[in-house]
Design a protein around this ligand. Sequence first.
Ligand code: C5P
Length: 235
Amino acid sequence: MSDDFGNSAVPVIAIDGPSGAGKGTVGRRLAKSLGFAFLDSGALYRLSALAAMHHGISLDDEESISTLAAHLDVQFRSNPENGDALILLEGEDVTRAIRTEECGLAASKVAVFSSVRQALLERQWAFRESPGLVADGRDMASVVFPDAPLKVFLTATAEERAQRRYNQLMEKGETVKIEEILGDIITRDEQDQQRAVAPLRTLPDAVVIDTTTMTIDQIIDELTMLCRDRLGLTI
Ligand code: C5P
């Protein structure tokens, strides 16, 4: 049943790219329209970082963080009130707490450790269940699901990604400065691209989509076409 990269009989659509490229939004929508499961792998790195902060563990302490990551007490549920995703860490609702810029940067710090990445592998493979999986991250195509029949790299300029994040935060009523968001995005890009283990990169067999001037609907249309052409899916 289960082999090297989870259940290899189950198709995976691997979506990688830098933060703010639209992977989460389009990945979730695509998974829903295909009836596939969705893996938000970034949430696992965010949860590991948050758990470390909650337990007073330094973000430099690779050994303790990898132990935490291996035993993360996390539940992915849907909110009974509105059907939205609900994430519980050690029983506490952290759905919003893991989405802060601070937690994103902390996630990016702990994500450089190979033992932390190793500890999260099995958890990611467990999401590969019939009829299929849409997996969002940085190393979905290169490390976690290298046998994925469809690999997509979504990108956009750092300025556009900062603008999108700014709009999202303003909608939530948060007061933020766009220059600070742009600075965080550039720092996170550098950390993710320059790390030694599983750096963010484009693979030769990935389809690169620059979403800078595209709407979410246009990205979904393009991905739907790829699913039809490459995977023979009828959607
Ligand atoms: O995707 P998201 O922005 O939530 O990810 C947070 C951080 O987790 C990223 O900046 C990256 O450092 C790390 N990450 C990773 N590998 C993944 C997903 C996320 O290293 N597959």
